[in-house]
Design a protein around this ligand. Structure first.
Ligand code: PRP
Length: 180
């Protein structure tokens, strides 16, 4: 077990409880489906953080949805971005002429999303939009606005519902603030 593995409860405070998360995801799904009508949508989940959000969001969108995943990492286990974005897993199929939505758990500095948009645009999607569960706009280093946002959050380190601290806590059903 690593040093950051398990912290005592006093380091965590619930920011967004499970019921609020799930209710908002239903709204996002309906908003997205309404925007695309009956057309197929390719949701591109950004691993690892978005895996739980992606699973709930695609069910809330309903209708014709393709699921793709892109593995990227910039935090490499710490609480600060390294500033270097790496692709660790690529898409399994071309996205040319498809309506695509990048599905993220959080946009913080914007470095990852800027990289993703640049990387995916050159593959010729019919459209490319951004959906993020959490938006930490105060910390932005690259100006960037998501098309679909679950919650705007303050500049605090959050874990749970896919987001990790040293690879743990991704399995929490809610979003919590971690204070060292
Ligand atoms: C997190 C998150 C985003 C990125 C956002 O990924 O999932 O991809 O950081 O931060 P930014 O806006 O400052 O670039 P992380 O590198 O922690 O990898 P993970 O998803 O595997 O946890």
């Amino acid at each position: 077990m690593t040093q950051t593995a398990i912290k005592s409860d006093q380091h965590f405070r619930v920011l967004i409880p499970e019921d609020r998360l799930q209710a908002r995801i239903q709204e996002l799904g309906q908003q997205i489906r309404a925007e695309y009508g009956d057309e197929p949508v390719t949701c591109i989940g950004v691993l690892k953080g978005s895996f739980m959000f992606m699973a709930d969001l695609v069910r809330a969108i309903g209708g014709p949805v393709r699921c793709e995943f892109l593995g990227v990492s910039s935090y490499q286990g710490g609480t600060k971005t390294t500033g270097v974005v790496r692709i660790t897993e690529d898409l399994t199929a071309p996205i040319e002429s498809q309506h695509c939505i990048i599905v993220e758990d959080i946009i913080d500095t914007g470095l990852t999303m800027d990289f993703l948009v640049r990387t995916l645009k050159v593959r010729g999607p019919k459209s490319l939009k951004i959906c993020t569960l959490l938006d930490k706009a105060a910390n932005r280093e690259i100006p960037l606005t998501a098309d679909f946002v679950g919650f705007s959050i303050p500049d605090e380190f959050v874990v749970g519902y896919g987001l990790d601290l040293g690879e743990f806590y991704r399995n929490l059903p809610h979003i919590a603030v971690y204070t060292p």
